[in-house]
Design a protein around this ligand. Sequence first.
Ligand SMILES: O=C(O)CCC(=O)C(=O)O
Length: 250
Amino acid sequence: MAYVVVPELFTATEVERLRTVVEQVHAEVVAAAESGETDVTVWPDGHRLEKVRGTTIHWEPGLTGKAVRSLSPVSQLHPALEELWDEPRLTGPMSSLIGAPAGRFVAKLNFKRAGVGSEFAWHQDFPYWYCCAGPAAYDIATAIVLLDDNTVANGAMTLIPGSPAEGPVRRDPQDPTGLLVDPRAVDASRAVVVEAPAGSVLMFPGLMVHRSAPNRSASDRRSLLYCFQPAGRPEFSALTYDPERLADLP
Ligand SMILES: O=C(O)CCC(=O)C(=O)O
């Protein structure tokens, strides 16, 4: 299975509740970061990551003000986010996608705020997971719950269908993180932009080549990303990121 979009898997009422929850989590985490002790890391690409309350805030790069790009891991910060791990509308299709009962790997929350939400360049999630989990990363897949309508204008996800069958793609020698796909290795004529209404869920394996454009629109584009793996394996939070593993990959 390359990718699946299930339109409006969650009802408008459920989506509204999740929007309230993610904004509450956002407010609590930002307040905690502003009130003091955090652990700041600057990645080789200049992006600033700040650990607080058991999550990592990835700040939007290059802004004069501050905006959160993502929080990870996030589900432990609210019971409604914990519940999604056991939601049959997610675990059923994700078990089919990974070929085993679906267990947790990590949940992330992406905010692509109106006007400031930045691009995600072409990448596969796989190299990042591989640095944490080694070859077990082949079995990790993501279900993205769209909390807002996704359109070209607000930076909807763009995928290369069929790319998972082609394995790990050559990475960009110019990318200081070593994680991004070499754009010259991407046939953009095969790209599909996934426009879908709020409440829809997009599911794909870690080898899917994807990107998303900046949010140039006047409204936010928020998403919850639940990364599943075969049940019983160590979760992301129990693993250590080892960039030297990238040497195993093209
Ligand atoms: O939310 C997006 O636009 C892109 C997310 C993504 O590719 C990621 O978090 O790896």
